[in-house]
Design a protein around this ligand. Structure first.
Ligand code: PLP
Length: 387
């Protein structure tokens, strides 16, 4: 056990799954054992129950469990027949999966800029994205809006734009399950919404997992078929090209137990976020805290600061020396990553995405972050910035 300068006897975890595990206790063990006993490892009863509870939680008509969040996004694109010659507008400041799935289908991701204060897709960039797509001879078909760091995108502006231009909307809610946008919950926004249960997401399992949501009965049927190789009514007559995209029964059983404490954890995350906001409130442009506009809530998948230029890497290293882990989400915007440089970007470029990539720093964020540890983090960041 290491003792850090401030006398902490254990390092602060970036995300504390061990404390959550303790809280879940025997119930979780029993849920896992029950799967081992009934032995229906693939699409067992826990999967159907999880789908029912996920749909009820967010107010979507259908929830379909998936192998991971990336497959969830891919199912949405496949179900809508996205393919070569199509353009899908996506933000450049996000996790790679958002654009990766578009490239899988043979369609072209067109990169748009984000807003510097919310980190989410800039609705004003949509027009430029359409122009870029058309100039490249592509058919604009869809927008994937990302709820980055747990906060919903600006759907009141994105949805009407999509409706006006014949585009359909998919919400990449991989980081935002549990968040709300003007009374609507993430998962219920967009023609299709996709989420991830990767262990570090706000609702995470103990491996890979995800889900896709829709209110459309027909699309739900198609996505259920695509999830099992495009299966038709006859199991061995596959009627479309699909994938193996199922969630394991074991992961579903684990998620059902985690869902029982999830609402409470979401509230705890909010308390932690508010404490950070107070702790840095006076620092202004030297250390910008996330802006959550009126009427929405974040589920705080990450707590991400925007620091004054040039200090991020030094501060991260100093915090690490003091046993405080940090992370950079994301150091390279997608349009600058090796495999994605060949895809088009909106006219005018992506200055906000590029600027954020150089200045963001994410701090430890989880529902079990105690006030003492958190005050230590705040003090260390403040001291580092003053240095
Ligand atoms: C995590 C994540 C994904 C992919 O989810 P996986 O379960 O890891 O496949 C997609 N988009 C965003 C924004 C994510 O954060």
């Amino acid at each position: 056990m290491t003792t850090h300068r401030e006398g902490r006897t254990r390092p602060i975890p970036f995300i504390d799954l061990a404390t959550q595990r303790q809280r879940l206790g025997d119930r979780l063990d029993r849920a896992i054992l029950q799967v081992l006993e009934h032995g229906r490892y693939i699409l067992g009863p826990e999967v159907a129950e999880l789908e029912r509870q996920l749909a009820a939680f967010c107010g979507a008509r259908h929830a379909i469990g998936c192998a991971n969040g990336t497959d969830a996004l891919a199912l949405g694109l496949l179900a809508r027949g996205i393919g070569p010659g199509d353009a899908v507008l996506v933000p450049a400041f996000t996790f790679v999966a958002t654009a990766e799935v578009v490239a899988w289908t043979g369609a072209t991701p067109v990169f748009l800029d984000v807003l510097p204060d919310t980190f989410n897709l800039d609705p004003a960039a949509l027009d430029a994205g359409l122009d870029t797509a058309r100039q490249q001879g592509l058919r604009p078909r869809a927008v994937i809006a990302v709820d980055l760091f747990g906060q919903p995108a600006d759907y009141d502006r994105i949805e009407p734009f999509c409706a006006a231009h014949g585009l359909w909307l998919m919400a990449d809610a991989a980081q935002s399950f549990g968040a709300t946008y003007k009374g609507r919950r993430a998962g219920s926004i967009g023609l299709i919404a996709a989420t991830s249960f990767f262990p570090a997401k706000p609702l995470g399992c103990y491996g890979d997992g995800g889900a896709v949501f829709t209110d459309d009965d027909e699309l739900a049927l198609i996505m259920r078929s695509l999830r099992v190789h495009g299966q038709g009514r006859d199991k061995y007559d596959n009627v479309r090209i699909g994938m193996n995209g199922r969630i394991d029964t074991l992961q579903a059983a684990i998620l059902l137990e985690k869902l029982r404490v999830f609402e409470d954890e979401v509230l705890a995350r909010q308390t932690v976020a508010e404490r950070y906001a107070r702790g840095f409130a006076d620092l202004g442009e030297r250390c910008r805290t996330p802006v959550v506009p009126e009427g929405m809530t974040s589920v705080w998948a990450q707590y991400t600061l925007v620091l004054e230029p040039g200090v991020r890497d030094r501060l991260g290293a100093e915090l690490k020396d003091q046993g405080i882990p940090t992370a950079v989400y994301y150091p390279i915007p997608l349009h600058q990553q090796t495999a994605y440089r060949r895809y088009p970007v909106q006219a005018g470029g992506l200055p906000a995405s590029e600027e954020l990539a150089g200045r963001v720093l994410s701090l430890p964020m989880h529902p079990y972050l105690g006030a003492t540890d958190q005050d230590g983090i705040i003090a260390a960041v403040r001291a580092g910035l003053a240095a």
